[in-house]
Write a protein that binds this ligand. Structure first.
Ligand code: SER
Length: 338
């Protein structure tokens, strides 16, 4: 049987997934194949050639996809986020690590039969960093890709290890065999900051306080932010995150000096976020009720990241800084929704 060419996206029903499949559908004629643990939201079905509801740990499903399609690229978005992962760390490890290994081995297999590398996008996270606590976080400011890689969450451990797995499959796989030196997986990863969408709300993450605050205000529901007012970490709008993915994947290989990049846009404190939300929703009731465990997780993440490499290598610049994010994207988008 001849395999049909296509692009595979896992986690299609997640926040990044929704944004990515609509953006990819606009820019490519290739068939998009989606895989998610849940049935795809019907509003997004039009973007996909085939949408599979199934588990990335299910070998039968992956084998079927592997035999039916020839993938030029894989965008592996499926994961359990940081807060959820702390409640079921072993399951998180299975989904986040074993699932990624399954997709990487599929990419290798596909590359072998195609005779060409398969592009592989992996969304990593600011959670790969682990600072000792607030004092260190405040002292060091923006950190670069090689610093403080001591994650304190299962999710962060999973993401860091999968970056290494991707690097292994891109650079060192089969180093003792005759095929040594052939690049089989063209692995590229972005360490995302917290992402804020005007359309969807995240589930199970620890940066969720920012989108939750905004969506609650727009709905007219009271909201208690689970981190302190002075808590600062980097954020980015969802459209910028999608643009970042597309831009990194399009960048010529020779301009890419690393396989894993920081990417940044703005880094407001929770107090500043609250103030900005109130500017457009003056009646919103936003308080603070700190959850110490989640606070400790954000305190271990840097207040900012150094995005110089992404800027220099593939010309990354966000479209939305803090003010543009609210004025041009979040507020108009969210008003339309509620
Ligand atoms: N936004 C993610 C989370 O909070 C971090 O990558 O889990």
């Amino acid at each position: 049987m001849i395999r049909r060419p296509g692009i595979l996206i896992t986690g299609t029903n997640g926040e990044i997934g929704h944004g990515l499949i609509s953006a990819l559908a606009r820019q490519t004629d290739e068939h998009l194949i989606g895989l998610d643990i849940e049935e795809l939201d019907p509003a997004f079905k039009e973007y996909l050639w085939e949408s599979v509801a199934g588990n990335i740990l299910d070998r039968t499903i992956l084998d079927r996809l592997n035999s039916q399609y020839e993938f030029s690229a894989i965008y592996h978005l499926a994961a359990l986020l940081s807060t959820r992962a702390e409640f079921s760390p072993a399951t998180a490890h299975q989904v986040n690590v074993d699932g990624t290994l399954n997709l990487l081995t599929m990419a290798v297999d596909q590359a072998r039969t195609r005779g060409q590398p398969v592009k592989f996008f992996f969304p990593s996270s600011i959670a790969v960093y682990g600072l000792a606590g607030l004092e260190e976080k405040n002292r060091i400011g923006a950190i670069s890709e090689e610093q403080y890689l001591f994650p304190r969450t299962m999710y962060g451990c999973n993401k860091l290890y999968c970056e290494m797995l991707g690097t292994y499959y891109a650079r060192h796989y089969q180093q003792l065999t005759a095929e040594a030196g052939t690049t089989r997986v063209d692995f590229r990863a972005l360490r995302f900051p917290g992402l804020i969408s005007a359309v969807t709300a995240p589930s199970g993450g620890t940066s969720d306080y920012a989108p939750e605050m905004l969506h609650a205000a727009a709905r007219g529901s009271p909201y208690d932010c689970f981190v302190r007012e002075d808590t600062t970490m980097p954020f980015m709008t969802m459209p910028d995150a999608i643009r970042g993915i597309l831009k990194l994947m399009e960048a010529p290989r020779q301009s890419i000096t690393r396989l894993v990049y920081n990417i940044r846009a703005f880094n407001p404190s929770a107090a500043r976020l609250r103030e900005r939300v109130l500017a457009d929703f003056p009646k919103a009731r936003i308080g603070f009720a700190v959850d110490q465990a989640r606070q400790a997780m954000v305190d271990s993440w840097p207040s900012d990241v150094d995005g110089t490499a992404a800027h220099n290598d593939w010309d990354w610049q966000p479209q939305h800084d803090f003010e543009a994010a609210f004025a041009e994207y979040l507020i108009p988008g969210i008003r339309e929704q509620y």
